[in-house]
Ligand binder design. Sequence first.
Ligand SMILES: Nc1nc2c(ncn2[C@@H]2O[C@H](COP(=O)(O)OP(=O)(O)OP(=O)(O)O)[C@@H](O)[C@H]2O)c(=O)[nH]1
Ligand SMILES: [Mg+2]
Length: 319
Amino acid sequence: MSRQTRIFACGGCGLSRGADIEQYIPRDGSADVVYIDTSDANKGKHHTDDNSYFIPLLRGSGSNRKKNAGVIAKAVKEGDILSLFEPADFNIIVYSAAGGSGSVIGPVLVGELLKQRKTVVSVVVGETDSDNHLNNTIGTLKTLESQAILAEKPAIIDYHENKPGITIQDVDDDIREALVALVELSSQKNEYLDVEDLTNFVQYTNVIQNQLPQLTSMFIVDDRKTAGSIPEPIAIASLYSNVNDHQAFGNASYRTFGVVPEDSQTEQLHFVLNTIGINEILKGLEDKEEQSKKASASRTERRNLISSDDDIDDSGIVF
Ligand SMILES: Nc1nc2c(ncn2[C@@H]2O[C@H](COP(=O)(O)OP(=O)(O)OP(=O)(O)O)[C@@H](O)[C@H]2O)c(=O)[nH]1
Ligand SMILES: [Mg+2]
């Protein structure tokens, strides 16, 4: 029997976020975390020879998505990563969209799992503090859309952003909560919710007609009111502590729910999928891009210190 849940933690951000949730996942082997990067620079005590894979001969991508893209794609598609770390019934991939490694390893893994018709959800962290991070984040989201189109399956992301007004600690807390919630959703210990229900939720184009396989956003919230305010839901999965709490909300085309085991702390959890959430994310990123272009265009160009009147020798020394 395959494992219920596997978290593939990719790149430096993935390595730290994956290690962070090790203590919150069940100890019975039903869920685990595996680590993939292009460098062992972020290796810590949770990263062992058994659970980690560092793509040979690489030394990080230096935030340049192009640098190792070809080698990474080959390693994921043709190498032994997916035989060393076989996909589970439910796969979660966590990575930053803003660096140069996880932002390629993650989407290529997503594409490969979608192609193999596996159930997969990404937890992604964007960043807009510099042109490079911003361009990488936009490129990573476009790559995910491209994977969805290639595999003809929706690519689901739970998107977080490091941005002004929220501390990294708060972003990390949100990511931890999301990962823990997804592990609970996929535990196969929730009454009324079986593997097929979850597969159809994540691969919603299996059961919903006329819905294009696109990049899709997932919202994870713990109350029905907030869940009900998410616009244009396509598919909704809910968890309750009591079956009588289940009440339909929103006009989703697919809905499934489960009841958590007695020892769970969860009262309610809702996982809502829509595609217009992606427009919001993109709009935020494009606004930021526009601001950055304006700032760069209005920067004063300094006159060169050296002129033709200066006495300069062959070594570039000016007298
Ligand atoms: N919230 C959060 N953001 C992180 C964390 N680690 C890195 N980041 C952000 O992720 C981006 C860099 O991505 P990394 O994951 O470090 O890059 P990488 O995938 O290792 O790629 P390279 O280092 O370029 O090879 C930056 O925007 C960081 O601010 C983390 O633990 N939490
Ligand atoms: Mg790195």
